[in-house]
Write a protein that binds this ligand. Structure first.
Ligand code: ADP
Length: 470
């Protein structure tokens, strides 16, 4: 979870929405302080700002490594992104992951009131509810999984799969990004965990009853539209346009992560220039890819691979006045990103697998309604479920992607507008604010759990339950 110190473009989305929700109701923001220390204090640093109390916990360096680079990003991240070849499972990492969750629970517990509701974010903290329950917390706890949830065939490769699903059952509400993710988890529950499933995603597992539902995350659409409009005619936009010298711009903005399909995207752009030579010197691709998790070996290898690929494409096709692929490993302010998105004729978002992908939504929000660009989007991004106006591609099909880029570049203004309107309608409807409100409302039970079902509390299985095998 982002800390209150977080700045820059990333703080524009999730962190701001959650902070807004907390500011409205008042509440406690609990997370890692970003610091490690041998024998760290068992109590978090607590301070107040407005209606919000912040509590930040420092971790032991070895625990932090085992938790973050080890189990969370060396095991769960590749697993949930269907990259079994990159999955490293070590018992010591698993133990460190659980230890950090136990440490967090012990530090958080004294700060909780019995009727508080707790919202836990992401795969780093799946066991937090189990640990809080073990310490006696009986209030509502919700969990949102920001990344994909894998199908059972993939999930079963994880040695700790059963323990993790038991951990999920300690929540009252488990939120996932897409229907596909919900189906994957429900299938596991019914076919592997001997659970039962009732209407509305209510699930029973052993002595627990909880709900699994879809909450597609969105962006702060109004803020993005505002930034993009402010970018029109700005000095940065003018500089960018001048540098393009009338050429079309195709843009990609992704953390440097193997889930983002960057080598395939580069290869597709190279293939476009090879198989559609008339496109040479008419289109420039800009890939913004800030470095991420550089302490994990796989990320270092990916960085080298991309540098090689970018060099090869530019070496092969560049002219003295045209560099086909601009590759930038740096972050930008949100206003600059908005200017880049708005200038780009194509937004190229082609992850091999992605929970949602907010860049896709930001690209849509930043477009000029009178002359919108086209979103080329991987079918394996959660956003593809909503953004049906995109050109949907399979990122494993490099030649297919090159053809898709070619036809998107030729699209008429009328078609671009139709596609953009369809996408923009979704982006403005399912905003980050709506996502936040809906989850909190469902969790706090204001409207009850879905179809009038009561919240989970160690209830017996209903008679007409669907039972799994075994
Ligand atoms: P992930 O959460 O896996 O990184 P998303 O696409 O869902 O992927 O979210 C990425 C967020 O990070 C977006 O809000 C995007 O604007 C931001 N971002 C990505 N690259 C940069 C960059 N170079 N500078 C600033 N913000 C960036």
């Amino acid at each position: 979870m982002a800390s209150p110190k977080e700045r820059g473009a990333k703080a524009g989305g999730l962190a701001v929405a959650l902070r807004e929700a907390l500011n409205k109701r008042g509440g406690l923001w609990f997370g890692w302080s970003g610091e490690t220390q041998v024998d760290p204090p068992s109590e978090p640093k607590v301070f107040r700002s407005g209606k919000v109390t912040y509590a930040l916990q420092t971790l032991d360096p070895e625990d932090q490594r085992a938790h973050y680079a080890g189990y969370a990003n060396g095991t769960l991240w590749p697993l949930c992104h269907y990259r079994l070849g990159l999955l490293n499972f070590r018992r010591t990492d698993w133990e460190g992951y659980r230890r950090v969750n136990a440490t967090f629970a012990r530090a958080l517990m004294p700060l909780l009131k019995p009727d508080d509701i707790v919202w836990v974010h992401d795969y780093h903290f799946i066991p937090l509810a189990s640990e809080l329950r073990a310490l006696g917390f009986e209030g509502r706890i919700g969990y949102f999984h920001h990344i994909p949830f894998p199908t059972p065939e993939v999930f079963l490769t994880l040695p700790s799969h059963a323990a993790l699903v038991r951990d999920l059952s300690r929540y009252d509400l488990v939120g996932l990004q897409t229907e596909h993710d919900v189906r994957a988890l429900l299938t596991y529950v019914s076919s592997e965990a001997r659970g039962w499933i009732a209407p509305g995603g209510v699930v029973g597992l052993r002595d627990r009853r909880f709900r699994i539902a879809t909450y597609p995350i969105g962006i702060d659409a109004d803020a993005f539209v505002h930034d993009a409009e402010a970018a029109a005619g700005s000095e940065e936009e003018e500089r960018l346009k001048a540098s393009l010298a009338g050429r079309a711009l195709a843009v990609g903005v992704d953390r440097l992560d193997y889930s983002k399909g960057l080598p395939n995207k580069f290869a597709a752009f190279g293939e476009l220039l090879k198989s559609h030579p008339e496109r040479r010197s008419t289109v420039t691709m800009m890939q913004v890819a800030p470095l991420s998790r550089s302490e994990v070996t796989e990320y270092q290898a990916l960085r080298r691979e991309l540098e090689e690929l970018a060099g090869a494409i530019n070496g092969e096709y560049a002219e003295f006045d045209w560099v086909p692929l601009r590759y930038l490993n740096r972050p930008f302010q949100r206003a600059t990103l908005a200017a880049i998105y708005r200038t780009a004729r194509l937004g190229v978002v082609t992850p091999l697998r992605d929970g949602m992908n907010l860049v896709a939504k930001e690209y849509v929000a930043a477009q000029n309604p009178e002359d919108p660009g086209v979103l080329v989007l991987s079918r394996f991004a959660g956003a593809a479920d909503e953004l049906s106006g995109s050109v949907i591609v399979n990122p494993y099909d490099v030649e297919g992607m090159a053809d898709a880029l070619n036809s998107a570049l030729s699209m008429t203004l009328g078609e671009r507008k139709d596609r953009w309107r369809a996408n923009m309608e979704k982006v403005t409807r399912n905003t980050i604010h709506r996502w936040c409100e809906t989850f909190i409302t469902d969790l706090s039970g204001v409207d009850g759990y879905g179809a009038g079902v009561e919240p989970a509390r160690s209830l017996p299985a209903p008679k007409k339950a669907t039972r799994g095998r075994n």
